[in-house]
Design a protein around this ligand. Structure first.
Ligand SMILES: Nc1ncnc2c1ncn2[C@@H]1O[C@H](COP(=O)(O)OP(=O)(O)OP(=O)(O)O)[C@@H](O)[C@H]1O
Ligand SMILES: [Mg+2]
Length: 252
């Protein structure tokens, strides 16, 4: 029994769980373009195979899920705030507040949300009427949609230049991929750019055991094995060669 356990042990990077999660329900071939939008990450990656990732772009400050959660907190909503912001947004006017879209026209498909967070903070301190909370949620939701639309378009162009295979798939995974309006915006873009959009089912977007088990199955099929003394890693990038792009003075 002890030997069996040792022979079957696999260390899974939970980001790889997100990256492969749509494969649980879809027949999906490598390579594909991945937009990982979660509580701690916002990245575009070219997924070439198991353990083979090329980062095309990343957030240089906050993650998009973090931006949802911080906005929610300012509106008095408990963590995780993403789903509630989506609900609030339905009741508000998306054009009520004009929010910034940092580095929207520069930095390739790198992203930034810190300036947006600061703008939301300032506005939230001066709300006059209760319904302005809904307007702020709607304006925030729309701004995120616009940023992801524009940056995904840039990432698609980069991916097409690198991918000689004509079948382009665009996978959107991570907790924020549950957001229905973000889904429809990125489906629309995929049609325009001739990509097949693929999402995990909503209940497999945020962290879940099935995606970890699936990543384990894929690695097991390839004959991978890890030592049982493998240490947990707080920071385990999918593309270990990509430069760290966070902090003051970062060049994009
Ligand atoms: N409908 C939604 N709209 C927007 N954001 C959402 C929605 N549902 C969940 N989220 C956000 O998704 C995040 C949680 O996703 P996930 O579990 O993938 O993140 P994490 O594991 O904490 O971060 P990471 O995977 O980067 O380490 C939270 O920030 C949450 O607010
Ligand atoms: Mg996660």
């Amino acid at each position: 029994m002890q030997d069996l356990w040792i022979n079957l042990f696999l260390a899974i990077n939970h980001l790889e769980g997100h990256a492969l999660s749509p494969k649980i329900m879809n027949n999906l071939n490598f390579p594909y373009l991945l937009l990982l939008i979660s509580g701690g990450h916002t990245q575009f990656l070219k997924v070439n195979g198991i353990g083979n990732y090329e980062r095309l772009g990343t957030t240089i400050d906050d993650a998009v899920g973090e931006a949802f959660d911080k906005t929610a907190k300012l509106l008095g909503i408990e963590f995780p705030g993403g789903p509630k912001i989506e609900e609030y947004a339905k009741k508000g006017d998306k054009n009520y507040f004009n929010l910034p879209k940092p580095i929207i026209n520069k930095g390739g498909c790198n992203l930034s949300f810190a300036g947006l967070k600061t703008a939301v903070l300032k506005i939230s301190k001066n709300l006059k009427k209760e319904e302005e909370k809904f307007h702020l949620a709607a304006s925030f939701q729309k701004t995120i949609e616009d940023i992801l639309y524009k940056k995904s378009k840039v990432a698609m162009k980069l991916f097409k230049e690198k991918n000689k295979n004509k079948n382009n798939s665009f996978v959107i995974a991570g907790g924020v991929a549950s957001n229905k309006k973000i889904r429809s915006k990125l489906i629309h873009l995929s049609k325009e750019e001739n990509f097949k959009p693929i999402f995990p089912p909503i209940d497999l977007c945020s962290d879940n055991a099935a995606m970890i088990a699936w990543a384990g199955i894929e690695k097991f099929r390839l004959g991978h094995k890890d030592k049982t003394n493998f240490s947990a890693r707080a920071r385990w990038p999918l593309d270990a060669k990509a430069p760290f792009l966070k902090g003051a003075g970062v060049k994009i």
